[in-house]
Design a protein around this ligand. Sequence first.
Ligand SMILES: Cc1cc2nc3c(=O)[nH]c(=O)nc-3n(C[C@H](O)[C@H](O)[C@H](O)COP(=O)(O)OP(=O)(O)OC[C@H]3O[C@@H](n4cnc5c(N)ncnc54)[C@H](O)[C@@H]3O)c2cc1C
Length: 385
Amino acid sequence: MARGTGNGEIAVIIYLNTRTVPMNIELVAYSQANPALDPADLLEMSDLATIWNGASTYPENVIEYAGRVCYRSTHRMGTAPRFIVNRVKEGHEDIIEHIVATVRVRNSEEPLRWRMLNRHCEVTQEADGSWLVSANTRVWLDFFRRGIGLQAMPFLQAIAPKVYAEFAADIPSGNGAKAPEPAAIPPPPSMPSLDLDTSCLRPREEGPLRVTLLAFTQPGIDDAEAQLHHGSATFFFEGISRACTHQLVRHRLASFSQESQRYVGLDKGEWSAVVPPAFKDNMGAQAKLDEAWEFIQQLYLELRKMGIRKEDARFLLPNATETRIVTSMNFAAWSHFLWLRAVDKAAQWEIRRLGQLVLEMLYTVAPDVFQEHWNVYREKFPAST
Ligand SMILES: Cc1cc2nc3c(=O)[nH]c(=O)nc-3n(C[C@H](O)[C@H](O)[C@H](O)COP(=O)(O)OP(=O)(O)OC[C@H]3O[C@@H](n4cnc5c(N)ncnc54)[C@H](O)[C@@H]3O)c2cc1C
């Protein structure tokens, strides 16, 4: 407010916005186990049941599992308390991108600044001073290290304690703000279970391809646009070729943890060559692939015996080589992926089928979000649905 003082000067009285209500943060959702996954049922399905050998919460077990997929060490799930801490320390941080937590922030404009500091979070305004913020555990770690969003830390520590192990002690963090005392960490809140047809969420197998929905978050928000950005899902793809994952990893908004050809050798990986359907219908073509694969395996092992490291011997391996990869995206990114890869006839057969199996599960989890994809899928690929 400005007013004349009578001597030509203008005195300016500024009324500062003295908001007295402190910022309030509430946990809205976080990555949940796919309810159709039952460790007893999974015993015969590759190593999926080892997730439950993890010694932490389900979300954190998924993080460890993703890391161990890279090194083919899932048989060691739960045996090394510092596994996640050490991976984070060495920079293998994709593994902490697979778990997402959504919070509601009230009485603050801070989330806008968070979004400016780290573009890998989703921020939606619900009302004046009320925001939904979704971020994976890597983004939350970045925030806490900068000393921001600390009120959310107890929730994140409960969901994935080892990711935030550096804050467990009474250590000032980031800008000097104190992290909450460990005693203040609440148990992981249980999220409302959704009324889902779990028969559609079981792992799907077609030939060597297996698609497993490991976890998802589906915040119960009425606003469809907000749901698109705040829902997310993590899949595990097995029995696919490197040709397929090369296309998959072009999707830049996703997070990936892929079996390594540096740390895992052909003998330990027990990889096969993925065979295109066109080869299967053509005995001559199939024979050529078999011959090449046999020859390459032999040469690979010879190189290894000559002392060549796995990271160099892998230069012989073809696009057909089988691989495994954990992949996470929010629903908006999955939506874009599905338009390009699942319901478009221009997409290559392997990634298209993978995408269609993803769509079948995501349509079950979030029908409102994926209804249009589903309609196009049914129209264009009636034989598959
Ligand atoms: C049928 C088909 C054929 C293809 N052929 C080839 C090929 O011959 N050679 C080849 O190299 N690739 C090819 N691609 C890959 C394609 O070009 C994309 O790299 C891939 O599909 C990833 O999709 P995207 O870039 O739309 O989105 P994503 O990486 O999934 O990102 C999602 C969205 O985020 C935004 N975005 C992300 N990063 C940026 C950025 N840096 N700048 C601006 N916007 C961004 C865009 O809006 C984008 O649509 C092909 C894809 C298809 C489906």
